[in-house]
Design a protein around this ligand. Structure first.
Ligand code: TYD
Ligand code: MG
Length: 448
């Protein structure tokens, strides 16, 4: 008599255990273990019949899978140049950031596609109101209010749209699973069913997903492994700019980045991000420096603003918007210890214009320039920009993709760019490239 074997799996990270445990020791998730039957322990070797034969890479026949170009050029680029048939795309972001807006807008502007937009969150009237604001209309876009996963698959099979959008995966419920919508096993089961539909019919499916407070996609981590593409929509809700990033892409690079502006009539692509990130009204003021940064594969120039003032309270305050506070503290320590600037009793505030968060070590040089400029109360020449990492001994270190940054700066009409003196490759460019090796050297060049 064959014996069935069951194992408890963590629905969040996939770890397994022979018995139920309350908290997963590997991913720290609570109450995520579910019993699963892993198969009968018979002698499998004699009973298996082989179906597929292994092939060499050159033997594989490529199906002609044409990417469908999207009219939304930012999304098109982030996806790697179009929508791949049968791809499952997870679209995550905080509530209210504009996920539904972006995908409804895509459905309505893409007149060459028939689209089924399934919503489990909003009523038909709400969707209609939103569509009116967007001022696009696609007669081949259909809307369906439904949360049953089996019903949705049935509707998709019957209608066979060219693109399906599910808003959101956390509202779906499969009748095969008893737990509530949004629970780990529901999300996983519904995603599996939709994945099966996508692969069998070669229909691209977008799944909108919510994000928890700590920034990860709500639901199982395995969800991210199941889908082909993971996109994340981020930004500050109080600012109008939104950034679309890809965290995973089986059909393209994850380096691409899309930037949108939330307008009264939907999201508009920002073609030249540097334009919005540099404010010309602060030109003559101290405490502002332009950084030649890279975000994803995209060079952009952005304004770093700093305010240094004498601390009114006993302990000086340090705060940053859009920049890592610990990194700023490190730079302040470098300025204090290595270069002798007395900033210990000063309040320091730092701000990246436009509400954009960025992690690029090349910002360091502009950050310290802005801080020194505010401290000395001398404005930085507006025709100059900066890129370089600052090391712990105050040395200016080389950074990646220097050429691209210089080109972008030249394109935007800057006349001077300050870079590290330690770049091995010498660059040729139309603008003046100033090499600095130490923070003191930068200081004497600009403020002396
Ligand atoms: P929404 O797409 O509902 O967010 P999500 O689906 O990610 O939860 O977007 C909500 C916000 O976007 C809402 O606060 C209003 C704003 N918005 C605009 O500013 N302009 C518009 O044209 C639309 C449709 C929404
Ligand atoms: Mg929504």
């Amino acid at each position: 008599m064959a014996k069935t074997k069951s194992v408890f799996f963590c629905q969040s990270c996939g770890a397994q255990s022979p018995k139920w445990i309350g908290k997963c020791p590997s991913c720290q998730e609570w109450n995520s273990y579910v019993e699963e039957v892993v198969g009968k322990s018979t002698d499998t070797r004699s009973s298996i019949r082989l179906k597929a034969t292994p092939k060499t890479i050159s033997e594989i026949e490529i199906e002609d899978r044409q990417r469908a170009p999207l009219l939304d050029l930012e999304l098109n680029r982030v996806l790697g140049g179009g929508l791949v048939p049968g791809s499952l795309i997870l679209f995550g972001g905080e509530p209210g950031i504009g996920k539904s807006t972006l995908l409804l807008q895509l459905a309505l502007m893409q007149l060459n596609f028939s689209v089924l937009y399934v919503s489990g969150e909003e009523s038909e009237e709400q969707i209609q109101m939103r569509a009116k604001r967007l001022s696009y209309d696609n007669p081949r876009c259909h809307v369906l209010m439904e949360t049953s996963c089996e019903q949705i698959i049935g509707q998709l099979e019957a209608m066979r749209p060219q693109v399906a959008i599910i808003d959101s995966i956390q509202t779906l419920q499969s009748e095969h699973i008893e737990s509530a919508p949004g629970s780990v096993s529901q999300v996983r089961e519904c995603t599996l069913q939709l994945m099966k539909f996508a692969k069998e019919t070669h229909t691209p499916v977008f799944l909108i997903g919510h994000i928890t407070k700590d920034g990860s996609l709500a639901g199982p981590k395995v969800l991210e492994h199941m889908v082909d593409v993971v996109l994340q929509f981020e930004g500050d809700r109080h600012h109008i700019y939104r950034i679309l990033r890809s965290h995973k892409n089986r059909f393209g690079s994850t380096n691409e980045l899309g930037i949108y502006e939330m307008m009264g009539a939907g999201l508009r692509a920002v073609e030249n991000p540097s334009d919005i990130l540099i404010d010309s009204s602060t030109a003559q003021l101290s405490g502002s420096a332009i950084a030649a940064a890279m975000e994803g594969g995209r060079p952009m120039l952005m304004e770093i603003q700093a305010l240094v003032s004498t601390a009114v309270y006993g302990t000086p305050q340090r705060s940053t918007t859009g920049y890592d506070l610990r990194r700023m503290n490190m730079l302040l320590a470098v300025l204090e210890k290595r270069c002798g600037f007395r900033l210990g009793m000063k309040d320091v505030f730092l701000n990246i214009a436009g509400g954009i968060k960025i992690e690029d070590p090349a910002l360091d040089l502009a950050v310290i320039t802005a801080i020194l400029s505010s401290n000395e109360d001398i404005a930085v020449p507006r025709n100059a920009c900066f890129c370089g990492e600052v090391g712990l001994s105050g040395e200016i270190r080389p950074i990646a993709r220097l050429e691209q940054r210089i080109q972008e700066a030249a394109k935007l009409g800057f006349e001077k760019i300050y870079i590290s003196a330690f770049h091995k490759q010498k660059t040729t460019s139309d603008i003046e490239v100033v090499e600095v090796s130490k923070v003191e050297e930068l200081f004497s060049q600009i403020f002396a």
